[in-house]
Structures are given as structure tokens and as C-alpha cells.
Design a protein around this ligand. Structure first.
Ligand code: HEM
Length: 448
């Protein structure tokens, strides 16, 4: 590795240190190494430079802040030092502009207060009631035998999204809307960003247009509806002082929410299915728990009773954080542990790596859901050691929604199937955008 070089000069007269680091290889920087083995490179750089360092990657010079203290500093964002918009915009701005995660400071707080209304417990209660039958009909189509879990779960969560988010059977339009949605999401998470006709980027832009037209067309009816779906809930959402979303806000938020909910929940379910296949004793424990509820489909009040499922979900989120790193850009000079971060710096924190730091987690590679059990609570070592949902003002607004969807799917899956992987199978992750199994996670399903 190259010897340390300063990121930028420190202000004259200050006793701050510059951020140490190195550019990596000429032209590509550390891009390929980060894509190939992000855990390894994060560990190397943490050991070499400590919790803050810079490098070149993805055509940019960026500062990486590593570990729970760094997570806390960036996510809590005291003094509004870091912009979400200027961090995320490069990655997903073209396709998800004006999504709530891309808003900042006062404007973000205003939107968040309204959106919160669509995620209150009484509204979540309605969503879960709607999910049960949709999951049932999705799983009915699954045949026993070999099946790749990633695409199957992706399809299921997409179908759930059209039902629970939009509250309608799309009929003839279903394929077109689903396609547009998939294209938009894929373009947003693509690393190679060219605007070639027929390419990912232009398909994404077309997808975004189709979604905008669809939501705009449906909006007047949703404004009048008192339906239990998220689309109607956003139309109705109103704070105590009467703040409401404009039509454009609802359209932008719907497109963003579908994206935010889709891949993240899919990845968590896929990781849970993997670990449960490798640990049949846990699969049986969760099945027993589900069966003890004595019902085919979950109700909201059942969620708290599924303690073992919660442990496995938390451990799966630790071992495979669906949002592996979180970008920001500093909008004013900042200081972290005596280092100077100048205004305008692109920074990132890495929940994925934090979850594997042996400084905080005993045997971090091991699947051990009990580490989250009350008598151990290893996550309590630091409030920002376990951060799959981020933290601070932008903390995932859908975390309870995610929990109910994950539990509702796992509950029915356990009732209808058991599943295995070969003894020596290990799931390899493709980390080029969000972490997904390279082979789609093939498992053998047996109907129960
Ligand atoms: C296991 C599933 C999920 C994971 C791991 C996850 C993770 C995250 C993370 C890390 C953030 C913070 C990003 C940042 O600080 O820049 C976030 C924000 C967000 N998530 Fe999730 N998410 C999940 C599911 C969902 C679901 C189901 C929904 C909606 C139904 C959702 C909606 C959102 C929204 C709207 C934001 C932005 C909040 C804001 O900026 O105020 N997420 N999520």
C-alpha cells in the first residue's frame, strides 16, 4: 500500500490533522478492490490509518469514516454539517429526486413530519392485514424442489408493493408498471452510468417517466379515497398544524418509497432464508414459534410475540446490512477525532463493515442470533454498533414496516415449506451495489 498522503491542508493556525490516506491505483483508485472485497479493504485501511482516511474510488476522492463513533458523528449530524442530498444525489438523484432521503435540514424535517403519519401503528395495522392474503397467493405458485430465493423473494415483495403500497390490482398495466419500477431501481443502483439508447440509464429514465405518469393519473382518485394503502395514506397525511403533501410530493415520495422498501426487505429475507437453511435448529425454532401463534396469517399484535424471529432478523441484518454504506457531503468544515474535513468533501460511513468489527462483536463472522437476546445484548456495546437502519434525522422511517413485512413472509414460508442448502454451501455476495447473492441463493424446498 502507498504511504499516507494528506487529504487537504488544515486551516492555518489550527492544531487539527489532515485526513490520512492514499489514492490507490492510477485511474481506478481502489474501486476494484472495494467492489471485490469491501470488508478486507476496510479492515486494512482501518488498521493502517484508523477510523478516518481518504482514497479514490468510483471516479471520486472520498473520505471514509469507520466504526461506531464515526457512525454516531455522521448520522447524528449535530450542527447540520453533512448534506444527504449532496451525498446521495450522484448515486440515485436522477431517478429518485425529491425523495425524502434526498432532502436536507429544515425542508427534510417538514416532509418527515408529514410522512410519519403514514407509518403510525394504526396505519401499519392496516398494511399487515392486507399483506397476508397477498403473500399466500404469491407462495402458492412456488413448487417444491430447487428454487433461487433472490428472484423469488424479489417478485413476492414487488407484488406486495403494488398491493400494499398502491392498493390496487394493476390489471393489464401490471407488467408495464413493474418493468418501469425495476428499470428505475436498477438504473439508480448501477455503477456504470452511460446514457446509451437501450442501456440501463436510459431505461431507468423512461421507467421514471412511466411511474410519474401512472402516479399522477391515479392521484385524484387516491386523494378522495380512504383506502388502507400507502399511496392513499400519503395523500391523507396531515400534521396537527395542517401541513400536507402537494401532488408532486406524493408522486416523488411514492417512487422513492417503493425503491427504499423493495431491495432492502428482499435482501434481509434472502439472508434470513440462507442462515435458516444452514442452521436447521433455528429454522425449526422459528417454525415452532410461528405455529404456536395458531394462525395462517399474522396480525399486528403477533409481531411482538415472535421473539426468536426478531433475533434472527437482527442477526441477518448484522451479517448482511442491506445498505452497506451511507454517503454524505460536508457543507461546512467539520472535525472528527482531531482531523480536519473541509466543506465540500464526499464522505461515507459503512454499516456493513461496522457489523464485522471484532473490536465490538465477539466472533463477528458467526451466525449467533442469541447475541441480541436480553441476557447478552452485544449490540449495546455502542448505540451505533448495529446500524442497518441508519440513525439520526434520516433513520429509516420504514423500519417497523420492514419488520412486519419480513415477519409476515417468514411466518407463511415456515408454515408451507422447509428448505435446505448443501452442507458445504456458502452464500457469496455481489457487492457492486447492494449486497446480493451472486448465484441467487438456490435452496431445495420441501412442501409441508
Ligand atoms: C430491512 C429493510 C430496510 C433497511 C435495512 C433500510 C435501511 C435504511 C437506511 C440505512 C436508511 C438511512 C439512509 C441515510 O441515512 O441516508 C433508510 C432510510 C429510509 N428508509 Fe429504509 N430500510 C429498510 C426498509 C424500508 C422500508 C420497508 C421502507 C418503506 C416502507 C423504507 C423507507 C425509508 C425511507 C423513506 C428512508 C429515508 C428517511 C429519511 O430520509 O428521513 N425503508 N433506510
Amino acid at each position: 500500500m502507498t504511504s499516507a498522503m494528506p487529504f487537504s491542508p488544515v486551516p492555518t493556525g489550527s492544531n487539527l490533522k489532515p485526513v490520512p490516506g492514499d489514492p490507490g491505483l492510477p485511474l481506478v483508485g481502489n474501486t476494484l478492490r472495494i467492489m471485490r472485497d469491501p470488508l478486507r479493504i476496510a479492515r486494512e485501511r482501518y488498521d493502517l490509518y484508523g477510523p478516518i482516511s481518504w482514497t479514490n474510488a468510483f471516479g471520486m476522492r472520498m473520505v471514509s469514516l469507520i466504526g461506531p463513533d464515526a457512525n454516531e458523528f455522521v448520522l447524528l449530524n449535530r450542527g447540520d454539517l453533512f448534506s444527504n442530498n449532496q451525498g446521495w444525489d450522484f448515486f440515485i438523484g436522477r431517478f429518485f429526486h425529491r425523495g425524502i432521503m434526498l432532502l436536507d435540514f429544515e425542508e427534510h424535517r417538514w416532509h418527515r413530519r408529514i410522512m410519519q403519519q403514514a407509518f403510525k401503528p394504526e396505519v401499519l395495522r392496516e398494511y399487515i392485514a392486507r399483506m397476508g392474503p397477498a403473500i399466500r397467493s404469491g407462495l402458492k405458485a412456488w413448487e417444491p424442489g430447487k428454487r433461487e430465493m433472490l428472484p423469488s423473494i424479489k417478485q413476492l415483495t414487488l407484488d406486495l408493493a403494488t398491493d400494499v403500497f398502491m392498493g390496487q390490482q394493476l390489471g393489464q398495466e401490471a407488467d408495464q408498471i413493474n418493468r418501469a419500477f425495476v428499470d428505475t431501481v436498477r438504473a439508480g443502483t448501477a455503477l456504470v452510468r452511460f446514457n446509451m439508447p437501450g442501456g440501463r440509464w436510459s431505461r431507468g429514465l423512461r421507467g421514471r417517466r412511466v411511474l410519474e405518469e401512472f402516479f399522477r393519473r391515479e392521484l385524484p382518485a387516491k386523494r378522495r379515497s380512504d383506502g388502507p394503502d400507502l399511496f392513499s395514506a400519503l395523500c391523507r397525511a396531515e400534521t396537527e398544524d395542517g401541513a400536507r403533501f402537494s401532488d408532486e410530493d406524493v408522486v416523488n415520495h411514492m417512487i422513492f418509497l417503493m425503491m427504499a422498501a423493495h431491495d432492502t426487505t428482499t435482501i434481509t429475507l434472502t439472508a434470513m432464508i440462507y442462515w435458516l437453511a444452514r442452521h436447521p435448529e433455528w429454522q425449526q425454532r422459528l417454525r415452532d414459534e410461528s405455529e404456536s401463534l395458531g394462525k395462517a396469517q399474522l396480525d399486528y399484535d403477533d409481531l411482538a410475540k415472535m421473539e426468536a424471529t426478531s433475533l434472527v432478523m437482527k442477526e441477518a441484518l448484522r451479517l448482511c446490512a442491506p445498505v452497506p454504506s451511507i454517503p454524505r457531503r460536508s457543507v461546512r468544515d467539520a472535525e472528527f477525532q482531531g482531523h480536519h474535513i473541509p466543506a465540500g468533501t464526499l464522505i461515507s460511513i459503512t454499516p456493513f463493515f461496522t457489523h464485522y468489527m471484532h473490536e465490538y462483536w465477539p466472533e463477528p463472522e458467526r451466525f449467533d442470533p442469541e447475541r441480541f437476546a436480553e441476557h447478552r445484548r452485544e449490540d449495546k456495546i455502542h448505540p451505533y454498533a448495529w446500524v442497518p437502519f441508519g440513525g439520526g434525522a434520516h433513520k429509516c422511517i420504514g423500519l417497523h414496516f420492514a419488520e412486519l413485512q419480513i415477519k409476515a413472509v417468514i411466518h407463511q414460508l415456515l408454515q408451507h415449506f422447509s428448505w435446505t442448502v448443501p452442507e458445504d454451501y456458502r452464500m457469496k455476495l455481489d457487492m457492486t451495489s447492494l449486497p446480493v447473492p451472486t448465484d441467487g441463493l438456490p435452496v431445495t424446498l420441501t412442501r409441508r
